[in-house]
Structure formats: C-alpha cells, structure tokens
Ligand binder design. Structure first.
Ligand code: CU
Length: 152
C-alpha cells in the first residue's frame, strides 16, 4: 500500500514538472522556461528552438539532443551587410545575473535534419547538456510559425 502511494506520488512529480516545462529534480541549479519551436513548412529540414535558462550558479550550455532531429546546434545570429546570418558556436554561458535567452533574431538552438515537420500544438522532448547541471530534459511546445528568424 505504502509502495503504491510512493509510486503514484513520484509519477505525479514527473508529470507536473514536465507540464510546467521546468526540470527541477534532474538539474539542481538550472531552470528552463518557455521552451518553444515555430512550426515548420512541409519538407523543411531545420527548425529553431527558443527558451530561457536561469541558473543559481554559473554554468555553460554545451549542446542538446532530441529524437526529432539528427543533431542540434547552438547558433548565434548576426547582421552582415544587411543580411541576417547564423553561425554555430561551441557553448553558451549562463550566470545567476544574466539568464541565457535563446530568442528570435538572437541565439537559438537549431534542429538539423528534422525527421518530419513540426506541427503546431505538438510537443517533443529535448535534452539540454550543461557543464555542471548535466542533462536537463524539457518538453518543447510547437507554436505558430514566424518570429522574425530567417532559416538557412
Ligand atoms: Cu540557426
């Protein structure tokens, strides 16, 4: 009886942390907010993911992985001669004073070689790799396309 209560309690905790998009149990010190990805048109092989990371101690985002794409890159966006260009970077710093904001027109995660288009209102798991916090799993919500970000 007690065992059954413990099991249902722990599955409830897992469910509730997935629902609010933050991974408290898995990653002391790091919280992920607003993980989202614009829906992609048919045939698209790339997609951007935006989110915010807050940390109670300095950490470094080293990369990410997801079952919906062959690999994930960290990109920065910069304007060169009036054209927005994206460039892969190795890692991204997050400090208690300065949350890491991955947002349209700036730094973002790029899903490469998508398995299939991302449909609006769907969601998919994404595992973020941090230098200190380790692996943090979040659910990414697929939202309306757009957001001022030109893709490759
Ligand atoms: Cu990109």
């Amino acid at each position: 009886m007690l065992r059954r209560i413990l099991v249902s309690l722990s599955s409830w905790l897992v469910l509730s942390s997935a629902l609010c998009g933050a991974a408290f149990a898995a990653a002391p010190g790091v919280e992920i907010h607003h993980a989202r990805s614009p829906a992609t048109p048919p045939g698209s092989k790339v997609a951007a993911v935006y989110l915010e990371v807050t940390a109670v101690q300095p950490d470094r985002l080293l990369g990410a992985s997801t079952p919906v794409a062959a690999r994930v890159e960290i990109h920065t966006t910069s304007e060169v001669d009036g054209v927005m260009r994206m460039r892969p970077i190795e890692s991204a710093q997050v400090t208690p004073d300065e949350p890491l904001k991955l947002e349209p027109g700036g730094m973002h995660l790029m899903l490469m070689e998508l398995e299939e288009p991302l449909r609006m209102h769907a969601q998919f798991p994404l595992t973020l790799h941090f230098q200190h916090a380790g692996e943090v799993r979040v659910e990414v919500q697929v939202v309306a396309p757009g957001g001022g970000h030109a893709h490759h």
